[in-house]
Write a protein that binds this ligand. Structure first.
Ligand SMILES: [Fe+2]
Length: 196
């Protein structure tokens, strides 16, 4: 996120989260990701093209609130992934590595169901089944992407250091080892065709 001249405070601070909507207030920034922001990341490019020719729907949105003190930089992000598919592939986040190699993150799924995909640069891969209440520690060096396989919003809370940074390039270039698609009415993990 862009960090304009944000207030620095060494006092405790709170925001209020609404479990029914997945929204919280106050927030400082909101980023909307539409199909055009993710278009290279989905397997079915014909389906991507149809959506781009149509209303280019929102896939997910993130609301951010930074907590800056004179000695620390904690970030809070809440992501709402809409239910949907592009072709047979479920809506998902872009996914990223952290630029800094010493930076972990906590993800807390508060609504919906899906998968958290995790992969190292060396190719170790894990797909964690996710539902409301699942909290996952993402160690440093693991790229992370969330996939919504449900028929409702998937909402998750992220807590991280703003200094961690985001590296999207490897994900843009290669994706994750597996993609999540609907087959015979149920979510399935299948090898990423781009890795062949
Ligand atoms: Fe992250």
């Amino acid at each position: 996120m862009q960090i304009p001249s944000l207030p620095v405070s060494d006092s405790p601070a709170s925001v209020q989260f609404d479990f029914a909507t997945g929204l919280f207030t106050p927030f400082v920034d909101v980023v909307e990701r539409r199909v055009n922001d993710l278009q290279e990341m989905f397997h079915d490019q014909a389906a991507v093209g149809e959506l781009l020719a149509g209303d280019n729907p929102v896939v997910y949105e993130i609301r951010y609130h930074p907590f800056l003190t004179t000695t620390s930089d904690m970030g809070l992000g809440v992501t709402r992934i809409y239910p949907g598919q592009i072709g047979i592939e479920y809506y998902m986040t872009k996914g990223h590595f952290h630029e800094r190699t010493d930076q972990p993150e906590i993800y807390f799924c508060v609504r919906g169901e899906g998968f958290l995909l995790l992969e190292t640069r060396a190719g170790d891969f894990e797909a964690v089944p996710w539902k409301a209440g699942t909290i996952t520690h993402i160690p440093p060096l693991w790229a992370h992407r969330v996939v919504n396989t449900g028929t409702d919003l998937l909402v998750f809370v992220a807590s991280y250091h703003l200094a961690a940074g985001h590296d999207y390039a490897p994900i843009l270039a290669r994706g994750f080892a597996q993609i999540v698609v609907e087959q015979e009415g149920v979510p399935q993990l299948v090898p990423n065709p781009r890795r062949r």
